[in-house]
Design a protein around this ligand. Structure first.
Ligand code: ZN
Length: 660
């Protein structure tokens, strides 16, 4: 890490990773919660001007300083991610999100072609409040009410969420799969037609439902549930009604669109489009809302979309293996190969089906997801969590979105009791997922100097482009970041950060469970993990509980005599429960210390079409050969010292967590 560029402003310092120079909080507009006026020079014409009142409740919890082992800290990574979510934004366009493009001289932030795609569709609006719950961070919190306001301003007279095309010159650059646009008179046009000023498509809806569900869980304002249910009621009018399934016809829709004209329902979005146009993605938003509120229409529609995606869309086979489709990238290089395609599109669809199956406790469907996951995890390199962007063995790029999806699937399968995949999560989080987050800046400028100069155009900015992206996730390779796209996986990955953080330690009916041996603060207990320096985890118990269960790491066998447990320095007898050690009751103020051996081994793996040799300590990769050049991965020699290094950190233990 390049510490020369880091500022010592304590407000912007979290753990041992500080935010780089130039990351002063972005200037606040006049946007007090609830009125959320438009800011910036673009006169964006939203479909609704008057929006209901809302407030942003403060993030309450205990804040304190503490010294912890200097090991992976998800709350610290979450705070960095908040930096990217809120700083890599355009304050002239209601904090529209930018994407980082670093393989250029100078490195730039690029406006997206679809207004709201990144921050809404890929979950930035959903991720931001979740990460604030985990960290208590107020960094750039002037962004939050503006984003919440833009969601509400996008709600049209028919209840759906619309993208404004006036005032956002980049928004007419729509991908072909949102064409044609169906109109209120039943005819079709496209977004190059200037008379189209607002449009929607199903891909916009799930993450909007998710974000508003999180807002509702925070403030209990019925306005959010009314808004969501208004959306769902309109969806029920638009969805087709087939034998046991429903789908939304391909294309975009203007307000009050009529989808009953000739030819409309012939446009069944199949393959990759079945997910990306929105049918597949929508399942998760509906299932999340049903899980939280029990709203039956959400469950019914989600169930019919599951039947469509699983049974009609030609995107998964009977065992859940991923099928190539003509709507994936040009499949010609892989002709003759039936399995493959976009890993993220398949995985995000699968995660939605899992969310639904868990919510309705459909055991058969859960087993299908498990079968699909068991196949999917072998398509990359489970040793480090490398997942190719396209499910092809030699694909040289690891999009973080499917990595984040697979983490979510593994966690949700484990909590649904369908399997125990915590080791998959652990390996992936400590390695590929952690390395795919941008934490350094110096190498990006060094790389840019090796590139030819390219002018910065109107929809781009070179203003602190790299610093504003710190904490973002993109498309790195196996051993380095390199020149790939920098930050457009940040939304999906922000939610995965929350999934991980939430499940490190959990409390249920007096039982405290530690599922992942990672640093974390909570109101029940604080976890100090010495891994991979030492085979040791300390649990500082803050609320008495009937039993404390700690899951042993992958390299320790169940019933191993080498595991030891002490409470306040006194040996404690414990019982084995599968992969967990149950140490019995824990009392407030006690410290439980669990120790076990940890060693190193060398692994050889073919990833992204090349052979690598890795040294693994526990499950943490501590070096890779050949090494990377730009943003080199696994520069972790200090982990091999065998004695934990320590660091001073600011801790936040929230009063209330969100079950997500
Ligand atoms: Zn992505």
């Amino acid at each position: 890490m390049d510490r020369r560029k880091f500022m010592k402003n304590s407000v912007l310092t979290v753990g041992s990773i500080s935010l780089p120079h130039g990351l002063e909080a972005i200037p606040a507009g006049d946007n007090s919660p609830g009125n959320s006026p438009q800011i910036g020079k673009y006169k964006i014409e939203y479909i609704r001007q008057d929006i209901p009142h809302f407030e942003v409740p403060s993030y309450r919890g205990a804040r304190y300083e503490e010294t912890t082992p200097d090991t992976l800290d998800i709350a610290e990574r979450a705070e960095l991610c908040i930096n990217c979510l809120t700083s890599a934004t355009d304050d002239q366009a209601d904090y529209e999100i930018y994407d980082g493009e670093f393989g250029r001289n100078p490195p730039v932030l690029v406006a997206h072609s679809i207004n709201g795609w990144c921050r809404n569709c890929e979950g930035m609006m959903e991720g931001l409040p979740l990460l604030r719950v985990a960290t208590g961070s107020a960094l750039n919190d002037q962004v939050d009410p503006v984003w919440m306001g833009t969601l509400l301003k996008g709600i049209g007279p028919d209840g759906l969420l619309y993208i404004p095309l006036v005032g956002t010159p980049w928004s007419r650059l729509q991908p072909s799969w949102i064409q044609p646009v169906w109109r209120a008179d039943g005819t079709a046009t496209d977004t190059s037609n200037e008379s189209v000023t607002q449009f929607t498509a199903p891909f916009l809806w799930p993450r909007a439902i998710a974000a508003m569900t999180v807002y509702y869980l925070r403030d209990q304002n019925p306005m959010w549930t009314q808004t969501i249910e208004g959306m769902i009621q309109r969806m029920l009018q638009l969805a087709t009604n087939e034998y046991d399934y429903s789908f939304f016809p391909a294309g975009g829709y203007e307000p009050n669109a009529k989808l009953t004209g000739p030819g409309v329902c012939d446009v069944m979005p199949l393959g990759c489009l079945a997910v990306e146009h929105g049918n597949g993605r929508l399942i998760q938003g509906l299932a999340q809302y049903y899980r939280v509120t029990g709203y039956e229409p959400a469950q019914a529609l989600a169930g019919r979309l599951v039947n469509f995606l699983r049974g009609r869309a030609h995107y998964y086979d009977a065992q859940g293996r991923f099928l190539w489709s003509y709507t994936d990238i040009n499949p010609s290089p892989f002709e003759g190969e039936p399995f493959g395609g976009s890993a993220h599109s398949h995985c995000i669809g699968l995660l939605g089906v899992l969310e639904y199956a868990a919510a309705v406790r459909d055991q058969e469907l859960l087993e299908w997801v498990r079968s699909s996951y068991e196949w999917a995890r072998t398509q990359g390199a489970p040793l480090v969590g490398y997942c190719p962007e396209y499910t092809v063995h030699n694909w040289p790029r690891c999009e973080t979105c499917p990595v984040a999806d697979l983490i979510g699937i593994a966690i949700k399968l484990s909590t649904a009791g369908v399997g125990d995949y915590w080791d998959d999560v652990d390996r992936c989080v400590r390695n590929q997922f952690a390395e795919n987050q941008l934490t350094e800046t110096e190498w990006v400028y060094r790389m840019a100097e090796d590139m030819p100069k390219k002018p910065v155009v109107y929809s781009e900015t070179a203003d602190r482009a790299v610093e504003r992206n710190v904490g973002g996730f993109g498309y790195p390779g196996v051993n380095q970041w390199g020149t790939q796209r920098a930050s457009c996986c940040t939304g999906n990955s922000s939610r995965a950060l929350y999934y991980i953080w939430e499940h490190i330690v959990q409390q249920d009916k007096g039982q405290l469970s530690v599922n992942l041996l990672l640093n974390r603060a909570s109101k029940w207990a604080d976890v100090h993990s010495y891994i991979p320096y030492e085979g040791r985890v300390d649990l500082h118990i803050k609320q008495s509980c009937e039993s404390v269960r700690v899951r042993v790491p992958e390299w320790v066998e169940s019933n191993s005599p080498q595991v030891a447990c002490k409470i306040n320095g006194v040996s404690r007898q414990f019982n084995w429960e599968g992969r967990y050690v149950n140490a019995g009751a824990g009392r407030e103020g006690e410290t439980l210390v669990m120790t076990f051996p940890i060693g190193e081994r060398t692994g050889k793996e073919k990833m992204g079409g090349a052979h690598y040799s890795v040294v693994i300590r526990g499950t943490t990769v501590v070096s890779i050969d050949p090494p990377g050049k730009y943003g080199a991965f696994y520069q972790r020699a200090s982990y091999r010292e065998g004695k934990a290094r320590w660091k001073k950190v600011k801790r936040f233990a929230p009063e209330q967590e969100i079950r997500w």
